[in-house]
Write a protein that binds this ligand. Structure first.
Ligand code: AHR
Length: 500
């Protein structure tokens, strides 16, 4: 089969937003403890931050990191995690049936953020708590010296405020599993009140209301409508969360997961714009896709402990990703990029060990999962403007979506550097796809690099002993001539072609 694409520098969607390449650190399993934080580890600094993980995080190209949850935040007392470590209380974390030792908290996280050189995104607890505690953590984090909470921060060794701009108003409050779960009306009230108060403290904050935990929630659409109708003037973004997995060997449906992400984003945008019309407002609400990934939720690693067992930092949600998972992750990034006009922020959930591109051994090595590669390459090379492309691709049938295009693609064009980058996915499970891209509108270009993430065995994984099993390899079939770029995309592959 042949896939044809026509590209033109005039057809721009929006600038590539750096915040598209965010990630997420939750107090969950080994994401914090033995993930980013492990005092005594051979690469750890005096604060206990693992240097190997910091290096890999930088290489991943992450731009912002959401913290401290996730479901965890809906029962979290942020003040448990500040002050002298030996005085901090341990508590039950109800979300993950674990014991939270609180030896890592806001100040340690901000130390890590500064060391990595990324932007923080902080979530407040609107499950068991409310407006007052949201204001408290905001003042502790950001207020200049001279009030009780900023003086407490200074006494803890941090005289300067952290200047955190992005704040999530709770987490997945639409989900019945959430501690303090709320109806849309209840959540709309508390989120609006929290937002109003936080803006009284600092009108410049960027606030994110909880949207839906997936497009298949029964309340999807209605939830966004109710929440935004009340909160419209007080928030900037509404969140979206989505996780995908292959079920019963159905590769075709799994490979088309980005089709659901497209549907999700476009539905939330339509709902937000409906509320805009209803309220007769100028301002537009953007989407914060602040949890997305492949996640095999039905596997044993995703089941929290139970009964008397409340472990500290257990092995939880430690998915070992395959080549096909990497292709789907790359395709989800294509979907996010193509919606750059309305997706203002996104976070790959999560960063380390917990459904993560980076894995660690306690006291040992750190390595890249398969999904690391499409993320790192997209974060590095998607620059300038996202281009709308005309694509003509055959379709195939699958159980979940009925029909899906056999290929998906997006391109970015950086006029200043002259870099044109094409990201393309083959969803074909067998045989090569012939790709033909008409670039005649760009004038003279050279092919700089063509790589693909693909493995003969779609279930091949990376391990600490064989960390390069699935990694980008040259796409040697790529060629450029007479304003036409051609390549043979391998079955189940994600590729990047760079021109200048
Ligand atoms: O990322 C794992 C979990 O998925 C988060 O804690 C929660 O917000 C979502 O359901």
């Amino acid at each position: 089969p042949t896939v044809t694409i026509t590209l033109d520098p005039a057809f721009r969607i929006a600038p590539v937003r750096r915040r598209t390449f965010g990630s997420f650190v939750e107090h969950l399993g080994r994401c914090v403890y033995t993930g980013i934080y492990e005092p005594g580890h051979a690469t750890a600094d005096e604060a206990g931050l693992r240097g190997d993980v910091i290096e890999l995080t930088r290489e991943l190209g992450v731009t912002s990191v959401r913290y401290p949850g996730g479901n965890f935040v809906s029962g979290y007392k942020w003040e448990d995690g500040i002050g002298p470590v030996e005085q901090r209380p341990a508590r039950h974390d109800l979300a993950w049936h674990s014991t939270e030792p609180n030896t890592f908290g806001l100040d340690e996280f901000m130390g890590w953020i500064e060391k990595v050189g990324v932007e923080p995104m902080y979530a407040v607890n609107l499950g068991t708590r409310g407006v007052e505690e949201a204001l408290d953590v905001l003042q502790y984090a950001n207020a200049p010296r001279g009030i009780a909470l900023s003086e407490e921060r200074a006494a803890n060794g941090h005289p300067e405020g952290y200047g955190i701009r992005m704040w999530c108003l709770g987490n997945e409050m639409d989900g019945p599993w959430q501690t303090g779960h709320k109806t849309a009306e209840e959540y709309a009230r508390i989120a609006t009140e929290a937002a109003r108060a936080m803006r009284q403290e600092d009108p410049e904050l960027e606030l994110i209301a909880c949207g839906s935990s997936s497009s298949s929630m029964e309340t999807f659409g209605a939830w966004e409508n109710t929440v935004l109708t009340e909160a419209y003037d007080h928030v900037d973004m509404i969140s979206a969360h989505a996780y995908y997995a292959e079920h019963d060997g159905d590769q075709g449906s799994f490979l088309a997961s980005a089709q659901d992400m497209d549907y999700f984003i476009e539905s939330v945008v339509a709902t937000a714009d409906h509320v805009r019309a209803k309220l007769k407002r100028e301002k537009r609400i953007h989407v914060s896709f602040d949890e997305w990934n492949v996640w095999y939720q039905s596997r044993a690693e995703s089941r929290p402990p139970s009964g008397e067992d409340w472990p500290v930092a257990p092995v939880l949600l430690e998915d070992h990703y395959t080549a096909i998972d990497a292709v789907v992750v790359g395709n989800l990034l294509i979907s996010l990029l193509r919606h750059s006009d309305r997706v203002a922020s996104a976070s790959l959930a999560q960063l380390v060990n917990v459904i993560a591109p980076i894995m660690t051994e306690p006291g040992g090595r750190a390595w890249k999962q398969t999904t690391f590669h499409p993320f790192a390459l997209t974060a590095r090379h998607a620059t300038g403007e996202v281009l709308r492309l005309a694509i003509d691709a055959p379709t195939y049938e699958n159980a979940r979506f009925g029909e899906s295009a056999i290929a998906d693609s997006v391109a970015t064009w950086d006029q200043e550097s002259g870099e044109l980058t094409l990201f393309a996915v083959s969803r074909a499970t067998e045989g090569e796809l012939d790709l033909a891209v008409d670039l005649s509108a760009f004038g003279d270009l050279e092919l700089v690099e063509a790589v693909t993430v693909h493995h003969e065995d779609p279930y091949a994984q990376n391990t600490a002993d064989a960390p390069e099993t699935v990694a980008p390899r040259p796409l040697s079939s790529a060629a450029l001539g007479d304003g036409r770029l051609t390549a043979a995309l391998p079955a189940i592959s994600w590729s990047m072609l760079r021109l200048r």
